[in-house]
Design a protein around this ligand. Structure first.
Ligand code: SF4
Length: 439
């Protein structure tokens, strides 16, 4: 009899993807095979996302599809906390487990399809199994969050911040580097709060003492000779400490800071962490110290109580801040979030109209900033190659969420290659260029 096969549908954010990878690593170690299709799978895992109501709907639809196509389904992830609701809609699911309940998911799989032989852990590469392409990997440094933003239910789903021990994070990064990963994407709910829960505990790493702290983490990751990209960074004062590492080229000069809004009134109603009044001054100073710094952010329009003045304040702030990459969401109430009780709901058509104005404003900023890169030479990491050429990213672009650099005709490259590129053309989101070659 062949090895039992598990299919997986992974929904939601990169953090959920890391959870899926951990579960698969464990199952592979036990001799399970991963099935790329519903047909071939003995059981299907659906890793759900419960952040927004639209994500919940997507998760429920995915569970329904897996039941229809395969019939044997185990649900895990953020939506797993709403087990009753899932079972009501899909009574045939075999088991429901919550986020990070790796043990429970694995036992549910054992129950559904027992492993056929003893585990040979060396079947699994030392860096674990990843769902991302070989050349980049997400590095999750903590779980949970100590903040209580009024639109968010993540702390009630995942609990308070729990930082992973720094030696374990660095060991994982080291294994990934040895395995040939070229880019590490550091993720968590609140990356710059790393270590607060363990009072920045000091640990031994090779011959030195390192603190469980944002700066120490970045400083150590810089030694692995790969791209280190920081996501979900709240602009606490100590974030300033990592700007010199970026200026020296030790980690990528890229910061993903979810500002969400700029108006002090709305930010207060959102109960956002990190005081935001002085952010424009700080951005100016960061750019002075690290001129090529790229800033990415996300914003919400139509939060309850947002007035036209608040919105206009945000647009003016945006023009002033000149962020490079920006995503914008229309506010959506999430079941269980305290923001649902706030007065001043913004009508859908106003949300839509503000969202359009916001995107229009940012599009112009983004186009102008990309235009400035024409003529520059940038290191580009290749993500994919097809019959038209190669598609890659520079330090300014995170996978999946930012733009691309297109290299037309470069069909001889392969994913994971790193090349120097002269930028020749830009539009609102992407760049085009040619590979520099020694003559
Ligand atoms: S920082 Fe706010 S939005 Fe982000 S996970 Fe924590 S509570 Fe949610």
């Amino acid at each position: 009899m062949g090895a039992p096969k598990v299919g997986i549908v992974s929904l939601g954010c990169p953090k959920a993807l890391v959870d899926s990878e951990r579960i698969l690593t464990r199952l592979r170690a036990e001799g399970y095979e991963i099935s790329p299709s519903y047909d071939g799978a003995d059981v299907v895992l659906v890793n759900t996302c419960g952040f927004l109501d639209s994500a919940k709907k997507e998760s429920l639809d995915a569970i329904g599809e897996a039941i229809k196509e395969n019939g044997r389904v185990i649900v895990t992830g953020c939506m797993g906390v709403e087990s009753d609701m899932i079972r009501q809609i899909h009574p045939d699911v075999l088991a429901v487990t919550g986020p990070h309940q790796y043990e429970q998911v694995v036992s549910a799989v054992h129950e559904a399809v027992p492993p056929t032989h003893n585990p040979f852990t060396d079947l699994v590469p030392p860096e674990g199994l990843r769902l991302t392409p070989r050349h980049y990997a997400y590095l999750k440094i903590s779980e949970g969050c100590n903040n209580r933003c009024s639109f968010c239910i993540i702390p009630s789903l995942r609990g308070d911040l729990v930082s992973r021990p720094i030696h374990s994070v660095l060991r994982e990064a080291e294994k990934l580097a040895v395995a040939g990963v070229k880019e590490l994407l550091v993720i968590s709910q609140d990356t710059s709060a790393y270590g607060v829960d363990v009072k920045y505990k000091t640990e031994k790493w090779y011959d030195r003492e390192v603190r469980t702290r944002f700066f120490d983490l970045c400083n150590e990751l810089a030694n692995f000779d790969l791209w280190v990209r920081l996501h979900y960074v709240y602009p606490y004062p100590h974030v300033d400490e990592v700007i010199p590492l970026m200026a020296e080229g030790k980690i990528l000069p890229y910061l993903d800071i979810p500002f969400q809004h700029a108006s002090p009134t709305v930010l207060k109603a959102m109960r956002r962490p990190a005081a935001q009044e002085k952010q424009l001054d700080r951005i100016r100073k960061w750019r002075q110290d690290c001129p090529h710094l790229v800033l990415r952010s996300t914003f919400i329009t139509g939060f309850p109580g947002e007035t036209e003045e608040d919105f206009q304040f945000m647009l003016d702030w945006l023009k002033e801040a000149q962020l490079d990459r920006v995503g914008c969401f229309k506010y959506e109430p999430v079941e269980g979030a305290t923001a649902n009780d706030l007065p001043g709901a913004v009508p859908e058509e106003v949300k839509q109209e503000r969202w359009e104005r916001f995107m229009e404003t940012q599009k112009a900023i983004s186009a102008e900033r990309l235009q400035q890169k024409v003529g520059w030479t940038l290191g580009v990491l290749i993500d994919e190659v097809d019959e038209d050429g190669a598609i890659g990213r520079s330090y300014a672009d995170a996978p999946e969420i930012d733009g691309n650099v297109f290299l037309n005709g470069e069909t001889g490259l392969k994913p994971g290659d790193m090349v120097d590129v002269t930028i020749e053309h830009a539009d609102e989101y992407d760049l085009w260029g040619s590979v520099e070659r020694d003559l």
